[in-house]
Every structure is written in C-alpha cells, then in structure tokens.
Design a protein around this ligand. Structure first.
Ligand code: NOJ
Length: 733
C-alpha cells in the first residue's frame, strides 16, 4: 500500500478502532474459544476490542493463524489484518544454542544465519514478529536472563544485536522467510540490582548511555521493526513509560520511527511500582512516552478514551502510534496478503528439516567453549576406555530455557543414543550416576521439576558410577544446570551445579584423575572446585536440537570447539557482578598486598575471563604493529599482528583488540574490546590480521556528558583474550 493510502485509511478509522490497534490480545483467547467471537470472561476482552485489536501474542499454529486472520478481517470495520507475535528466542521448531552461546561464537555471520533460520520456520508458520533479540548488557550471572543475552561487553553486544536483526529481517520484510525483530528490553534490564528478577536499576546517565544503550541503538539503526520496553525502574522511574528514554532518546535523538510495545503487562507492573492504579494515569504516562502497543492487559483500551475525553492527550498522539503500526503491517505486506507466507504444508517441510538440522549441528562446535584441556585429554581416542557418566547422558532435553517449541523435545537424541550409534562395539562404559536434581534444591523442586527422592537409589547410582570410573582410562562427566533453570524468573544466589551432581563429581574424582567435564549451563557458574580437579572442561551451554551429536563429534575430535566466553566465570558468587575492564583504582591487585583492591579472600579477576577459550591446537602471537604513532580526525590507524598455528591441527583463533584510554576527564575502563576477528589458520601457518581504527572508536561521554574523544595516550592490546597484557601506544591528536 502506498503511504498516501495508509494516511487515508488512518483518516477513516474511528477513535475506538484506533485504540483497538494499540492493544494486543493474548493467544489464549483464541485457544479457549477457538473462534474470534464471544466474550471471554477470564481475559476481560470485550468483543468491540477483539474486533479492532491490532495484534496477538502466542499463537503458533499456521492453520489457526489463518483462521483467526480471516475472521478478524471480516469483523474489523476497515478489514485491517492483525500482527502475530511470538517469543522465538533461539529457534522455533529447530532449537539452536542459547543466545549467550551464540555470542560465544564471536561470529556475527553465525548469529545472522541462526536468526535467519528461525525466521524461515516462523514465517512459514504465519508469525510476523519475534520478541528477539534480547540485547540487555549482562554482567551478573545471578540474573537468569543472561542466557538470552550476548553477555558483558558493549561492543560485542552491539555487533550481535545488528547481526540478529539482519538475520530475522533479511533484505526486507516483504520477502518470504523474514519476520520483524523486536529488540528488548528498553532499557538496562540487565542491570537489575544484585541480579534479582524484576528489581530496580540505579545507573548513571553516563554509564547508561555508554555501556547499556549502544546495543539497542545498533538494533534500531539496523531498522528493527519493533522495540520492547522493560519491567525495571531506572532511578525510580519505570522504563515502560519513561519519557526520557522512549521519547527524548529513542525517538528524538535516535530518530527511531518503528513500533514500541510494553512488556507483558508492564503497565500493570507500574501499578506495583507504586505509580498509580488508574488505567488513565498509567496510559497517560505510556502514550506521552510514545509507547504504541500495550501488551495484553487492556489498560490502553480502558485508559485512552478517558484521556481524550478529558483532553489530557490529543488524538494526534494516538494517530502517530497507530500510523507506526500500520506502517509495520505495510512493511510486512499484510495489506496485500494478510496471510503473508503462512502455509501449514510448507511449515511442515521446513521446520526441523535437514537444512535446519545441519545449521543447528554446525552451530554446536562454534558456540562451545573449551575452558581447560590439561594433558590434551580432549579429543578422545576411540581406542581408549572412556566412561560416560552424568545426568545429561540420557537427557533428550539439551535445549535450555525458553526453547521455541517444546513439543519436539522427545524427538531429539540423547548423548547416549549418539554414542551407541557411533561406537557400537560395546566398549562404552555408561551410567547416569545421579538425577539432575536432588530433593534438597528447594526452589527448583517447587517448580515441579523431577528430582531424586529415594536415598538408596541415590547412593546406588553413585556407587555404580564409581565402579565404571575405576575401570576407565578417562571419564567424561556430563553435568550442569537443569534445562528449565534459565530465562525469565530463574535468578539464583547459588550458581554452583546442583548438590547431587557435586556429590557425583566428588565421588568420581576420588577414583579417576582423568576427568573431562561437559558442562550444561545458561549462565557462568561457580565451577572453582570442578576446575581444580577436572583436567578438561568443555562448556556446551544448552546446545539445542542437534546438541547430542554436536557434543559427541567434538569429544572425538571430528569438530573442534571454537567458542570464547562472553561472560566471565567467577571464583565465587560473591564476585558478581563481574566483568573485564573494571575502572582502575589506586590500590594493588595483588591479594598478598595490604591495600589490595577487591577482596582478601578471592582474586580480583574471574576464574575464566571474557574472551577466554581453547581449541584443539595452539597459537603464538607476534608483536603488535601500529602504522602510526598518532591518530587524528579523518585518519585511519592500522593495527596488525601475525599469528602462527603452532599445533598439529588446523584451527580457528579469535583475535581480540582492546584499548585503554590512559588519561581522560572521566575515569575510563582498564580495557575495552574494540575489534575482533575469527580466523582459520592451518597447522604450521602464519597469518597477519589487520584492524582499522578511527577516532570514532575512542569516543565516550566526557565530564559534561558530551560524546567526544579526548587527545592523549591510547594503549592498543591485541591477544587471545581480555587478560592479554601486550600493548603498543599511540597518541590521539
Ligand atoms: C515477558 C518477557 O520479559 C519478555 O521478554 C517477553 O517477550 C514477553 N513476556 C512476552 O512473552
């Protein structure tokens, strides 16, 4: 539809139609009634609103979507089609590694590919918008939602945000196989106090702008169709109707003209925040902040008419919001084809088809992080006697929190099944050793997750594991968090593996020195004890639908793990939030000194740092070379380094460039990532990696909150991870 036709359509709509457009309906409405007519008492959505509603969440059946759309167009006074939205966080029917793992690939092309694959399945299913990517900067492993993020670094976060949006939206939303992204949660949900779910955020304007906002901006610049507000308050002001964030920064400074949506019920959240219990007051805050769609509670439906009647807001404000939604519908081609590419037959062919499964398989090794590999215990050799033990041995659920479509879980393979197929000669020693959870994990048990309640069975399983471990050359222990213990509402104060699994680990380590831990997790865990006794640790996060085969092939060296950490692993939960590049302090970082910065019972640095990770070969870095000793506006600095693969296998190395601005009008981080490149280097070969930098790479918010670069010394570090100490200097002039 041409823009003038859209304007004409808007002009013809009644006020109640327009208000309908600004409300979203929960999919349960249709599932319960299976049609689009009739009051649904429990959801309190009157028929007038249902007929005019602009979008729905949580319907994922193509036939049902077509049916609802057909009825809706018929009943709508101007036959405007609805938008169908869903949380597709790491794949719809095919589940890919969790987003935190995807970021560990340090490969934006992979993130793009996985998002595009998810979009392809979703598009055929009839979905128009995914509530992804989640780009909240995450530095506290207690917060359960870190699994949905790219981790602790602002620059990486922005690169991955852009990649995900480009993956979902392809070359344009008019094309088959695409869906709109909805970047979330605006803003700074990742900074909730002490990692407590739904807590408040207190953050300075400088840090908000410098560290937290760039990833949302990157997604908006990539033309994300939508952006979602967040549940948290910032300095007491709810983000959901925060005029400074949503109007001043998002609309006016960044020029964002896409659709904004509240989080689920987050206007009601504002009532809990103690702002007001009145529909019109809450709606006034939100519409003044230019929030377009209210997710599922109907507050806009109840509040907006009164505001217009009382002349507290203008109809133009409503028109602007409606017009943004109509434009998105138009971008998606819904006026020409309201069913878009929804096709049950096609969806069946695409979803979990070979193409998708191959993509999922390839992602596993690129996202897994080899944290430790003493004595080169990995890869395994088929001639050795290896025992496979642990609760993840027989689990078909390697999907992790917030998988798209749980109904397929039972079709996935377990590690045991893959091992039996690949090594059928009976040389395998295998036993689960324990259940995933023991009865002492109170919060998880409350969630009705199955656990071991039989003490004798608990002992017998561990004893059997010990017997098998004794007979083996090496033991692979498959341990970790419960697959439902990540995502929304999974914050924890104890970030060790469950106690029952710790018992198994301790019993096995007494009888075998060659322990390899395969770790399943949604967040950095406290694995200090494990790290002391296990010779190898392979972190596979939650690897998705092809996890089992991906893991077995990595263990036996068919593929090598190439991921790097994007969140630091702490020595202890007491270090959280922890991240690289802390602000510098006056005091020593050596624990044996009296005036040590940090703690007296724990190092300042984490156990495993940002960027860290091994593979099945080794690399040697030469000296850093800068092509100039100064950098001025309009110039380009080239930083280069040669890297040699000194191992026996070809492999990937992720080369990382950090910088430190030594003196500035405000204190600057000790290190900041500014470039990275994942390069393939053949055994024995040397490659030269080059990075280009300009003054824009060194800008920050100065003492007057102006975004500037300041002349002075810059240190450029290039190395394997954020611990690298090798640097060269130049002067910004
Ligand atoms: C609440 C979550 O915070 C958000 O991430 C999600 O997209 C919505 N619910 C919709 O399910």
């Amino acid at each position: 539809m041409r823009e003038n036709e859209l304007i004409k359509l808007l002009g013809e709509m009644s006020l109640s139609e327009k208000i309908g457009e600004l409300n979203q309906i929960p999919g349960e409405y249709y599932k319960e009634t299976l049609n689009t007519t009739g009051e649904n008492a429990t959801l309190d959505f009157p028929q007038e609103l249902v007929n005019a509603v602009g979008s729905a969440i949580n319907v994922s059946d193509p036939d049902l979507i077509i049916k609802i759309q057909k009825e809706h167009i018929k009943n709508h006074p101007h036959h405007i089609p609805m938008l169908f939205m869903l949380d597709i966080i790491h794949g719809l029917d095919t589940t890919f590694p969790i987003p935190l793992a995807q970021a560990c690939s340090f490969d934006p092309e992979l993130v793009k590919e996985l998002s595009a694959a998810a979009a392809k399945e979703a598009c055929a299913t009839g979905i128009h918008v995914t509530f992804s990517p989640m780009v909240d900067l995450s530095r506290d492993a207690r917060w359960g939602r870190v699994m949905e993020s790219s981790g602790e670094d602002t620059y990486l976060n922005s690169v991955m945000a852009k990649a995900a949006v480009e993956g979902y939206q392809g070359d344009g939303l008019e094309n088959e196989g695409t869906i709109s992204s909805c970047v979330k949660h605006f803003a700074a949900y990742g900074a909730v106090e002490a990692g407590r779910e739904y807590a408040g955020v207190d953050i300075s304007e400088r840090f908000l702008r410098e560290y937290y906002l760039p990833s949302y901006k990157a997604a908006c610049d990539a033309k994300s169709g939508m952006i979602m507000t967040s549940f948290n308050t910032i300095g007491g002001v709810p983000s959901t109707a925060n005029k400074h964030l949503l109007k001043d920064i998002l609309r006016d400074e960044w020029g964002y003209d896409g659709v904004t949506i509240t989080d689920y019920g987050s206007l009601t959240n504002m009532q809990s925040h103690g702002i007001s219990d009145k529909d019109d007051v809450l709606s006034e805050y939100a519409i003044n902040a230019t929030v377009d769609i209210e997710m599922c509670i109907g507050r806009y439906y109840k509040g907006l008419p009164k505001l217009i009647k009382d002349k507290k807001i203008t109809e133009k404000q409503i028109d602007d919001a409606v017009f943004r939604i109509l434009k998105l519908k138009n971008r998606l081609g819904l006026f020409e084809n309201p069913y878009r590419f929804a096709d049950a037959q096609k969806a069946k062919q695409i979803c979990r088809g070979k193409e998708m499964m191959d993509i999922a398989y390839n992602a596993v090794s690129q996202t897994s992080v080899l944290l430790k590999n003493d004595d080169n215990l990995l890869p395994l050799n088929k001639n050795e006697k290896t025992a496979f033990i642990g609760p993840f041995l027989e689990s078909k659920d390697l999907l992790g929190g917030w998988p798209g479509n749980l109904k397929y879980r039972s079709e996935d393979k377990s590690v045991r099944e893959v091992l039996e197929k690949n090594l059928p000669d009976g040389s395998l020693l295998m036993t689960v050793g324990c259940e995933m959870l023991g009865a002492e994990e109170p919060m998880l048990i409350k969630r009705k997750l199955p656990c071991e309640t039989d003490e004798k069975a608990r002992k017998d399983k561990i004893n059997k594991a010990v017997e098998i471990a004794k007979a083996a050359d090496k033991v692979v222990l498959l341990l970790g968090e419960h697959p439902r213990a990540g995502g929304e509402i999974t914050s924890k104060v104890d970030i060790k593996i469950p106690i029952i699994q710790q018992e198994l680990f301790n019993a096995v380590k007494e009888v075998n020195d060659n322990i390899i831990v395969v770790l399943f997790n949604h967040r950095p865990l406290d694995i200090t004890h494990i790290s002391k006794y296990a010779k190898s640790i392979l972190d596979v996060w939650f690897p998705g639908s092809m996890g089992a085969k991906g893991i077995v092939d990595m263990l036996f060296g068919i593929n090598a793990p190439t991921g790097r950490l994007t969140m630091s692993f702490p020595y202890s939960v007491g270090q959280e939030p922890i991240y690289y590049g802390l602000l510098p302090t006056d005091h020593s970082t050596d624990v044996s000194d009296t005036f040590v910065t940090g703690y007296i019972d724990c190092p300042l640095k984490p156990l495993y740092c940002f960027g860290e990770g091994l593979t099945y070969t080794d690399f040697m870095y030469d000296k850093i070379l800068l092509n100039s000793k100064t950098l001025a506006k309009g110039e380009k600095m080239v930083a280069s380094i040669s890297i040699t693969n000194v191992g026996k296998r070809d492999g990937y190395e992720t080369v990382q460039l950090y910088f430190r601005d030594v003196f500035a009008s405000v204190s600057r981080p000790t290190k900041q990532l500014r470039r990275f490149k994942k390069v393939f280097i053949k055994s024995g070969e040397t490659v030269k990696v080059q990075f280009e930098l300009t003054v824009d790479d060194f800008m920050f918010y100065n003492v007057d909150l102006n975004y500037v670069y300041e002349p002075g010394e810059i240190r450029v570090f290039i190395g394997h991870d954020s611990n690298t100490e090798d640097y060269e200097t130049f002067q910004l002039v």
